[in-house]
Design a protein around this ligand. Structure first.
Ligand SMILES: [Zn+2]
Length: 176
């Protein structure tokens, strides 16, 4: 069995990496346009991977400039595109892991039936969301304390505190 881990460096995918096997393949999205990947996010993701004994593969994706490019990058559908590519290139992959939390919502552009479409396209590759039953906070609690400071999903500058992702993390930390 070979597993593909979809990693962004945020809360959910960091927990995936904590629970992954060293033989798993880890891939993250590196937008090439219009601004590239924020340097601090790339460094944080690299440090998390290094601490946990993984090497990151980068899928360079040319993203549209409008509307709101970073929202596009973080959407599950963008990660599914990457998983499609990797599974087409590496036929040994039998399972894909994606980070989701309970009550997770996708943007308005979320295509319907994307998981059903995956099952039709890749009948031999399970698209697994192992921690989807847990809240974001519950997942955060499972992340080791030395990894927590490296977790980041900010759209812009280092944990700006204002973007949607930072506000989501702030709300999560206020929960018990
Ligand atoms: Zn932010």
């Amino acid at each position: 069995m070979s597993r593909l881990i979809l990693f962004s460096g945020g809360v959910e995918s960091t927990l995936l990496l904590c629970e992954a096997d060293p033989m798993d393949t880890v891939v993250t999205i590196e937008p090439t346009y219009p601004y590239g990947m924020p340097t601090f996010r790339k460094e944080s993701a690299e440090k998390i991977a290094e601490k946990l004994g993984f090497k990151i593969n980068y899928a360079q994706i040319h993203i549209p400039i409008e509307p709101e490019p970073y929202h596009f990058v973080h959407q599950i559908r963008t990660f599914i595109s990457v998983a499609n590519l990797w599974c087409a290139k590496d036929t040994k992959i039998t399972e894909v892991w994606a980070g989701r939390h309970s009550g997770d919502v996708d943007g308005p552009s979320r295509p319907p039936n994307m998981y059903e479409a995956w099952a039709l396209l890749h009948p031999n590759v399970k698209f697994h969301r192992p921690f989807e039953h847990m809240s974001k906070r519950e997942q955060w609690n499972q992340i080791p304390d030395d990894i927590k400071p490296l977790v980041s999903s900010c759209f812009f500058y280092k944990n700006c505190g204002k973007c949607d992702k930072c506000l989501e993390v702030k709300k999560m930390l206020e929960e018990q």
